[in-house]
Design a protein around this ligand. Structure first.
Ligand code: OFO
Length: 183
């Protein structure tokens, strides 16, 4: 008896999104490693935490595909992009990445709407909300950096931003202790 509740198209799209979340995790790991090597330990800590968060997103989708009776296919993860050139560049690239991911999430929402797959539509709303939060979070960091002087921010301002992100991890949006069970 066939118990799969996902269409082939949605299964493929969700599977690809799962790999995209794993890729996002690699990007944050790679940017975090860059920040650490530049001496920005607070920013690195923030990026590493976010790498973990992206991984929980990946697991969330993986579990959903299984829950709907479809098969997961683990694919290769792409190579992360080159290191950023500055903190400003790092945050701008992060923002572009998040917006791209939002677009990809929206495509799946649209597909589920067209297929009238309300379970998937409902499941994806969590990701829609999450992407909004993440875009806002990076925008806020870019705003802070702009106030500090943007690409010309003096060392003292970057030091303060780095220290803030390091010393107040639980106040940062991404310090939320999200898990697959407790999103
Ligand atoms: Fe998975 O939320 Fe960012 O990309």
């Amino acid at each position: 008896m066939e118990t799969n509740r996902l269409s082939a198209a949605l299964r493929k799209a969700l599977n690809e999104q799962m790999t995209r979340e794993a890729f996002a995790s690699q990007i944050y790991l790679s940017y975090g490693s860059w920040a650490a090597s530049e001496g920005f330990d607070g920013i690195a800590n923030f990026l590493f935490r976010h790498a973990n968060e992206e991984r929980t997103h990946m697991m969330k989708i993986l579990e959903y595909i299984i829950e709907r009776g479809a098969k997961v296919k683990i694919e290769a993860i792409g190579k992360p992009p080159a290191d950023p050139e500055s903190i400003q560049d790092c945050l701008e690239k992060t923002f572009v990445h998040e917006v791209d991911n939002t677009k990809s999430i929206y495509k799946i929402v649209k597909m589920s709407l067209e297929e009238e797959d309300w379970a998937t539509w409902n499941f994806m709303q969590w990701f829609v909300r999450e992407q909004t939060e993440e875009e806002t979070m990076v925008m806020n960091l870019l705003d802070k950096l702009k106030i500090a002087g943007g690409s010309k921010a003096p060392g003292a301002s970057l030091y303060a931003l780095d220290r803030d992100l390091k010393n107040t991890p639980d106040d940062a949006v991404l310090a939320e202790n999200k898990t697959v069970e407790n999103p």
